[in-house]
Design a binder for this molecule. Sequence first.
Ligand SMILES: Nc1nc2c(c(=O)[nH]1)N[C@H]1C(S)=C(S)[C@@H](COP(=O)(O)OP(=O)(O)OC[C@H]3O[C@@H](n4cnc5c(=O)[nH]c(N)nc54)[C@H](O)[C@@H]3O)O[C@H]1N2
Ligand SMILES: Nc1nc2c(c(=O)[nH]1)N[C@H]1C(S)=C(S)[C@@H](COP(=O)(O)OP(=O)(O)OC[C@H]3O[C@@H](n4cnc5c(=O)[nH]c(N)nc54)[C@H](O)[C@@H]3O)O[C@H]1N2
Ligand SMILES: [Mo]
Length: 641
Amino acid sequence: MATVDNGVAIKLRGNPDHPYSRGELCPKVNNFLDRVYHPDRIHHPLVRTGRKGEGKFRQATWDEALGVVAYRVKSIVAEHGGEAIYPWWDAGTQGAVQMSSLDRRFFANLGASQLTGSVCGATARAGLATTYGSGLSADPTDVRFAKFVVLWATNTRLTNRHLWPFVEEARRNGAQVVVIDPIKTITAGSADWHIQPLPGTDVALMLATAHILIRDDLVDRDYVGTYANGFDDYAAHVAAWTPARAASTCGLEAEEIERFAHAYGTIKPAFIRTLIGAEHHEQGAMFFRALATLPVLTGGWRQRGGGLSRSVGSWFDGQINDSVFSVPSPTRSLSMNHLGRNLSDPAIGIHALFVWNGNPLVTIPNADLIRQGLEREDLFTVVSEQFLTDTARYADVIFPATTELEQLDVIPAWGHLYLGWNEPAIAPVGEAVPNTELWRRLAKAMGMTDPEFALDDEALVSKVLVDTNVDLLRKQGWLRLDLPDELLPYSEGQFATRDGRADLFSDPVPHYQAAIEGPGGELAREFPLVLLTPKNQTRFLNSSYAAHHAEKEPGPYFEIDAGDANARGIVDGDQVRVWNDRGELYLTAKISARLRPGVSAIPFGWTVQAAHANALTNDTLTDWGGGVAYFDTLVEVAKAG
Ligand SMILES: Nc1nc2c(c(=O)[nH]1)N[C@H]1C(S)=C(S)[C@@H](COP(=O)(O)OP(=O)(O)OC[C@H]3O[C@@H](n4cnc5c(=O)[nH]c(N)nc54)[C@H](O)[C@@H]3O)O[C@H]1N2
Ligand SMILES: Nc1nc2c(c(=O)[nH]1)N[C@H]1C(S)=C(S)[C@@H](COP(=O)(O)OP(=O)(O)OC[C@H]3O[C@@H](n4cnc5c(=O)[nH]c(N)nc54)[C@H](O)[C@@H]3O)O[C@H]1N2
Ligand SMILES: [Mo]
């Protein structure tokens, strides 16, 4: 909620009536007005004058900038065909129509390549869907009804802090909280029990848990018999996954696995909460497929506070239908995660790149290859941004983008079940425009006349909203999805599979053991440390806010276990060189008790100048869902100089 005086927003606060955030703004946005009025905000279209990446631009009029883009794009299409154009976008604005709407018509008209893949969520959804038929899971806030809470590969206190009070509520009512994470995060530090497996080995832990549940008769036979397929094959498969075998795969004690499985199978309701961290592995989707079998075995889904909860984004699909903007197009698809490979491969032949809602040079893996691509003199790059990000520095033309305070949208959520209405509180700063307006202006400059480009943002918003009381949503600012108060999606089966039953084992789906071959082989001898690069900054949202909040965050740094450091003659505070076959970084070493031997970490989000984690990360795609294996990265480190 913004207080506006004479057209200027002077105060921003959370809405105390909002049932989820309860009026609390997180540290990322409670200084959001500083961002809106920041002197570094891009106020006008810019045209590059310096070298690519140098960051030198001159101000241009909208007409000039649009003219340059229209001219270049027309000649590229004429010479190389539409597929030489690569649109790249992510979730910089969380809103439905500013995320993606008119852009689809614009690029389809050009015959551009299409963007596929995802950095966030699609792999988890795909994995869950192999077991449940869809990505739907429990309401995260139902964690408050649980007696056993498993925070599995999620750093709730840092990344999802509005959920933490609900976890505390469960705890006040007697719940035990266990965190399963290869890093002793602040969340793990606040838990009753921290299980610390080696990265990428969780599927073995899940299969051994299933092994114990079956062996010790802790399975809800009635639930499984009525609502699941493949139990016998699954049981035969996990028979080989003894606690001892999983213990050696995961680097845990068999006794701890026994204890975990017993707690999970006997304390009810038992609630599993997971988010995105675990999907950033080559077998990322398999994590979610295997995880999904556990509350089926125990019949946990029967009870409120049981079951499993990931992102609730899939629940919004019923009320926000952005497929209304889809335009069928016969052109090829390019992965958003292979930006570096695609830009640097002449056979792919990209000649124009459009970037909005994202900062891929910082957020996408194998960044050095991306940089090399962006440096190409024969690549024409257009970026829409609020700030001169590392990616924007390589643009030929930059268009100024509005912030959430200046644009209309409807906002889905991934952590709760409330739709948000985003009413513009102030006029656009400078000559900035919402993304939708950029596509309208570009379409006009290119001579496109489709009727969709005549729709204003209100019309676009009402187009995506399905069966929603828009007046109430707008008046109140939020509206719970039209779902029962008690959300028990699978209490009586009702899985979204063909026969309504959960799939525990079936032949078209690769069998579970595929998931536990972590990074290894030849490369592991040369680069013996696993590198994790999860979020570990309270004031950034990925790379957003990094340039302006960096001085308040400790970092970036290279975290390493004391034994691993010792073996290399590294002491706390040393300058070190961290490298692998993709790149190198110079960082300060931080001897850390958060890590196991063999595992290292760099926090993600810092700018390129400050040394950013994705210079080193793996761009292998995940098993399903088009995600990418950031966290299956290997490195070596030595004292610098
Ligand atoms: N402060 C802050 N909050 C944020 C963000 C931010 O940048 N800063 N980003 C937002 C976004 S876009 C997202 S998607 C969410 C993500 O929210 P989370 O999914 O909670 O966060 P991540 O840091 O991606 O990963 C969570 C944890 O997974 C662990 N992990 C990695 N590999 C494995 C594994 O193999 N097994 C197990 N058991 N654990 C593993 C990591 O060590 C990490 O602690 O956070 C959101 N919230
Ligand atoms: N190593 C490593 N890499 C990761 C992750 C990790 O844990 N480790 N996490 C991954 C995850 S989960 C995610 S979600 C991605 C996020 O990756 P990105 O989506 O690239 O996220 P941001 O860095 O937040 O960049 C968003 C940009 O959009 C701009 N923006 C915001 N609103 C608007 C708007 O309305 N219009 C326009 N034109 N621009 C706007 C912001 O100024 C900002 O520069 O990063 C991924 N990368
Ligand atoms: Mo994300």
